[in-house]
Design a protein around this ligand. Sequence first.
Ligand code: NAD
Ligand code: DAU
Length: 334
Amino acid sequence: MKVLVTGGAGFIGSWLVRLWLREEPGISIVNLDKLTYSGDLARLEEAAGDRRHRFIQGDVCDARAVGEAMEGCDGVVHLAAETHVDRSLLDGKAFIDTNAYGTYALLETARKKGVKVFLTVSTDEVYGSRAKGYFTEKDALNPTSPYSVSKAAADFLTQSAARTHGLRAVVTRGSNTFGPFQYPEKVIPLFVSNALSGKKLPLYGDGLHVRNWLYVEDHCRAILLAFRKGRAGEVYNISSGVEMTNRELTRRILKLLDKPASCVQKVRDRLGHDRRYAISSKKLRALGWKEKFSFEQSLRDTVQWYCRNVSWWKSILEKSRDFKDYYARAYGNG
Ligand code: NAD
Ligand code: DAU
C-alpha cells in the first residue's frame, strides 16, 4: 500500500512514519511537509535510506505539490498543521491557510485521484471546554481559538467529502499528546527545557486548567487503527484516562527533575484559555484501541529523553529566531 502522510516531519507525524515503516514491511510512504519552524528532518533519521520512504518538501496549500505527492497513493493521513494555540492568538492567518484551506486542497485532489481512504488528524479542542463529563463524537463543536476554529473547519470539510463525494474520509480527535521530539513550545517540553536551562516555568493563570494526556505512540496506533477500520464520514475521539491540572503536571515534572517549586513563575493567563478538555474514546475502543503506555512511565521516559537530547532542543531553539521574541510579546517572560 502506498500512502501520503502530510506533516511527517512534525512531532506526531514523524512518530507515525517511523512506527509504520517499522511495523508494516509492505508500506510505502510519501511524506509531504513544508518544514515550517516546527518541522525537523532530524526526527526522521531512523527512516533515512529506507527506500519505502520518500520525503518531499512542499505546502499542502499548493495544488501542484499536492497532486505530485498524491500520485499513485491509496490513502492519505493528514497531519500537517499550524498547531500552537498561543501563536494562533497572535496571528491566525497561517492557521486558516494551512489547517482549513490546506485540508480542502488535499481533499479535492484525493477525490479527483480516486484515493481510497483519507484520514484527518484533529483535536479534542474543537469541542471547546467542559466542566464535567466527557464529549462524545455526537456533541456539537464549540471551538474558541483561531487554531481550534481552523481545525473544526478541516473536520467539517473532511466529513463533507465523505457525504458529498463518497470518499472514505475519517476524522480522529486526539487529546494533548506528549513524548520525545515534541517542539519545545508545548507545555511539557517547554517546562523541562526551561528547568534544564535554569529558566522559570511560566504557568498560565491559576494553573487549574485541565488537560487529558496521551503518549504519542498510543496516539499513532489509534490513528492507524482508525485509518484501517474507520467508517466513511465518522469521527473517532482518542484520549487516555489520564487528566490533571497544569499545576499537578508541573509538580510531577519538577519532581522528576529534582527541582524546587520555586522554579514556577505564575504568568498572565492565555487569552480565552479553555478550562478543561475532556473526551470519551469509547467509540475507538470498541474498534479495539487501548493505550499501551502508563502516564507515569512515559512522562519519566520523556523527561529523561529531553535530559539526554539537549543538543536537539537547543538547536531547534537557536534556529527558531522568532521564538524568544514571540514569548516576550505574548507573556512578557521570554
Ligand atoms: P507539529 O507542529 O509538531 O508538526 C506540524 C508539521 O506540519 C510540521 O512538520 C510542519 O512543518 C508541517 N506543516 C505546517 N504547515 C504546513 C503546510 N502548509 N504544508 C505542509 N506541511 C506543513 O504538530 P503535531 O503536534 O505533530 O500535530 C500534528 C497534528 O496532530 C496536527 O494536525 C494537530 O492539530 C494534531 N494534534 C496534535 C495534538 C498535540 O497535542 N500535539 C493533539 C491532537 C491533535
Ligand atoms: O488538546 C490537544 C491540543 O493540545 C492540540 O490540538 C494542540 O496542537 C496542542 O498544542 C495542545 O494544545 P494546548 O494548548 O492544550 O497545549 P499547550 O502545551 O500549549 O498547553 C497545555 C496547557 O498548559 C494549557 O492549559 C496551557 C498551559 N501552558 C502552556 C504553555 C505553553 C502553561 O501554563 N504555560 C505555558 O508556557
